[in-house]
Design a protein around this ligand. Sequence first.
Ligand SMILES: Nc1ncnc2c1ncn2[C@@H]1O[C@H](COP(=O)(O)OP(=O)(O)OP(=O)(O)O)[C@@H](O)[C@H]1O
Length: 330
Amino acid sequence: MQFEPRIAQKESGLSGAERAISLIFNLIFNAAAAGIRLACTLLVMRMQQNSEFAGEPMAAGSAPTAIELSDASVTFGRGARAVPALSTTTLRIADGEFVALVGPSGCGKSTILRLVSGLARPTTGVVIVGGREVAARAMRVGMAFQNPTMLPWMTIEKNIMLPLKIVEPFRSQFRKLRKTEFRDKANALLEQVGLKGFGGRYPWQLSGGMLQRANLCRALIHEPRMLLLDEPFGALDQFTREELWGILQQLWMTHRPTVLLVTHDLREAGFLASRICVMSARPGRILDDSRVDFARPRTVAMTFEPDFVALNQKLRAFIVDARTAAREGV
Ligand SMILES: Nc1ncnc2c1ncn2[C@@H]1O[C@H](COP(=O)(O)OP(=O)(O)OP(=O)(O)O)[C@@H](O)[C@H]1O
């Protein structure tokens, strides 16, 4: 009971100098936070830049290779501090495929996404995306992570249009579009993800699930040929997550980009992917590569049917074995 009044007394007892220092610290803190958020967003924008695929028609029928890892391995650091993250890996993903990567924590799933996006370089081997070896700056993708990075002072509509507005290659790609058409494009996507009428709201007025939907719209606004998704629904509750599976599936069926999804959720992988790669424990290698042929559009109810449960059990057994082998040092 005595504690609260003491705090109140201390706060009200701040001297002018203390208040000024506190104000300055607050200002610095807020500016730094806004700067970090902006840097994250610009980083994503830069990744979406250089989109050699953007503007090309979506794949139909034939399926050329979209992503190819040839004997690619990754070791972070050197000498005594070297961390082998990815064993020598060969993986081919066709244009328009939806591939999920699953495996024990720390096995190198995100490292594969980073290789494909150009954020990391292979220690050995090559990574080819869209027929070209990935160079540090050649990033031609839309990306979505677990935590959406939206600029809090911009409306959702403006956040979604950001790639079209600030990144020159997209500006030229969409040069023929007028401002109102940009807006129409953003709003059409918002409607597709069930956010019709929310374009004028600010990010802080939306729930986590709504923000992640808007995030998907921003990843798709420049019509990327490839989407890299790193546990995009990991922070959401089960029901919102299931709802977003349906939305992402619909977006994929409509736009047909190549998707590489990292997830820990085996139901999510089975619901969304046309192919699932299971990885061993670190340094990761692909233990199993299975096609998933369930009819589309898939529904949540289907994930409780025997065939689906059997797939889940098969994937789970691989991961349990991989974890056991890692623990026993096999
Ligand atoms: N920059 C880095 N320097 C050193 N080690 C790293 C670096 N980045 C990742 N690692 C290590 O490489 C391994 C693979 O990391 P990665 O993030 O790809 O795993 P992951 O399968 O995505 O993990 P999770 O499922 O837990 O997100 C991990 O052991 C991680 O600690």
